[in-house]
Unconditional design. Structure first.
Length: 306
C-alpha cells in the first residue's frame, strides 16, 4: 500500500511539474530524430539531416548559470533573515504564537529604552565573570540553567538569585526539548524545580533547548504556569566565536522591549557581554530581567489607559 501511494504521488507531481524531472528538456538538450539509410545492405544511423550531434551547449550553460544565481540569491536572503530577522518578522511571530514570548512590544507612544538580557547554558566556570560584569554595569539578567550543571556550581546559582537576577529553566541537558516525550520533559522540569532556589516576585520562564517548541509543549507548560520565551536578538554566539562581531550584531538590532539571547560556558562569553553592556550603557539603555521588562511594559500600558 505504501509503495502504491508513493507511485501515485510521483505520477501526480510529474504531471504537475513535468519539466522539473526532465533536465535535458530544461537545458534545451532535445534529442534530434535519427535517420536510417542503407549502403551495401548495411544499415547506418544518421543523427540529423546535416549530421550535427552536439546539443546547444551555450544555452544549457546559460540556464545553469541563471539557476545557480537564483538559488544563491535565495540562500543569501534566507541566511540574512535567520541571522538578522527584520522587526516585522518578530512582530508576526509574536502575533502567530501569542503563548510564546519573542519580545515585549511597547505601547506605540512609548520609547522607553528598556531591554531584557537572557543568558543560556548556565551555570558554568564563566558565570562568575558574567555576574561581575552585570554588577559593574548595573544590569540584570535572566539565566536559563541546565539541570546537569547545577550540582557542580550550587554557589553560582545562589549568587544569581542573591544579586537580583532571575532563573529560568533550559532543560536537564543541552538537547532539543521538542525531541523529548512530554512526560519526560515534565519530569525533568519538576526535578530541576527541586534543585533551584525560587525566583522572588517573578514569572516562571522556560526556554526550550535548540529554540524549537510545539503546540503540545505549550499546552503542557501552561498547566505548569510556565511561559515559553525565545527572543528577538540572537547573534548565534555558540557558532560564531568572535566577540566583536557578536556584540556589533546585538547593538545594531536594539529596540525597546527587545529580548537578547546570549550564551554562557564559552571562553569568549564574558568578553562579548562586556562589549554589549558597554555599548548599551553609553546609549543609556536599561538592562533588566524578563520579569522586570514585562512589568515595565504592562505598567506603561496601564498608565496610558487612564
Amino acid at each position: 500500500m505504501r509503495l502504491k501511494r508513493l507511485l501515485r504521488r510521483s505520477r501526480l507531481i510529474s504531471s504537475i511539474f513535468p519539466n522539473w524531472f526532465n533536465l535535458d528538456k530544461f537545458l534545451g538538450r532535445v534529442k534530434k530524430p535519427t535517420m536510417h539509410f542503407k549502403i551495401d545492405d548495411e544499415e547506418h544511423l544518421l543523427s540529423s539531416v546535416n549530421g550535427s550531434t552536439s546539443p546547444n551547449g551555450a544555452t544549457a550553460t546559460l540556464k545553469l548559470a541563471v539557476l545557480f544565481t537564483v538559488l544563491l540569491i535565495i540562500g543569501i536572503n534566507l541566511a540574512h533573515i535567520i541571522y538578522k530577522p527584520p522587526y516585522s518578522l518578530i512582530k508576526f511571530l509574536q502575533w502567530k504564537y501569542p503563548e510564546v514570548t519573542f519580545h515585549f512590544p511597547p505601547p506605540s507612544f512609548s520609547h522607553r529604552k528598556v531591554i531584557s538580557l537572557t543568558i543560556d547554558d548556565s551555570p558554568s566556570s564563566e558565570t562568575a565573570k558574567i555576574l561581575d560584569l552585570l554588577h559593574k554595569f548595573n544590569a540584570k539578567a535572566t539565566f536559563f540553567v541546565i539541570g546537569e550543571q547545577i550540582a557542580e556550581y550550587p554557589h553560582v546559582v545562589q549568587r544569581i538569585i542573591d544579586e537580583g537576577h532571575e532563573i529560568g529553566i533550559h532543560g536537564w541537558s543541552d538537547e532539543a526539548s521538542y525531541s523529548l516525550p512530554l512526560p519526560e520533559l515534565v519530569r525533568q522540569i519538576r526535578e530541576m524545580e527541586q534543585l533551584l532556589p525560587k525566583n522572588s516576585h517573578s514569572s516562571k520562564w522556560f526556554r526550550p533547548g535548540s529554540g524549537w517548541f510545539s503546540k503540545p509543549m505549550i499546552s503542557v507548560l501552561r498547566t505548569m504556569d510556565y511561559q515559553i520565551v525565545l527572543g528577538s536578538i540572537y547573534p548565534h554566539d555558540p557558532q560564531i566565536p568572535f566577540p566583536r562581531i557578536n556584540a556589533a550584531h546585538v547593538l545594531s538590532l536594539i529596540r525597546p522591549g527587545a529580548i537578547i539571547i546570549m550564551h554562557d560556558r564559552r571562553p569568549y562569553s564574558s568578553r562579548q557581554l562586556e562589549l554589549i553592556l558597554s555599548g548599551l550603557a553609553t546609549d543609556d539603555w536599561t538592562v533588566q530581567t524578563l520579569s522586570a521588562t514585562q512589568q515595565s511594559m504592562k505598567a506603561t500600558t496601564i498608565v496610558s489607559d487612564r
